[in-house]
Design a protein around this ligand. Sequence first.
Ligand code: NI
Length: 130
Amino acid sequence: MRHFASDDADSYAVGTVDVARWEQFGLDGTLPFQAMWYTVPPDSSSPRDQHPEVELSVVVGGTAHVETGGRVREVAQGDCFLLESREAHVIHNRSGEPLRVFTTYWMPLDGADETAAADEGAAAAEGAPL
Ligand code: NI
């Protein structure tokens, strides 16, 4: 068993968002997905993000307001949200406490999203998912 402590993880800023990627744990070849924690400060939002990877997130602290397709939906602590491949998203924190999220992401498994495969190079240029 390995214990991954979010408080001890190395992190860096993406806009106002603090990001701790799981690449630092050396799990390449072990997990079939990438993972990270991120924290959105109170009254702040993540940069707009769009990437070929599917993204599954768990709200571990605070409340997320997830904006996709012109809609904003509330996701409570303990709940999860799934972003489809290429689905543009902004994560808002409208509360007075930090919003903490654990996220996993991976390329679509069904191979149906040929756009995703074609965009892999472009995604690399855009940077890693957030
Ligand atoms: Ni993302």
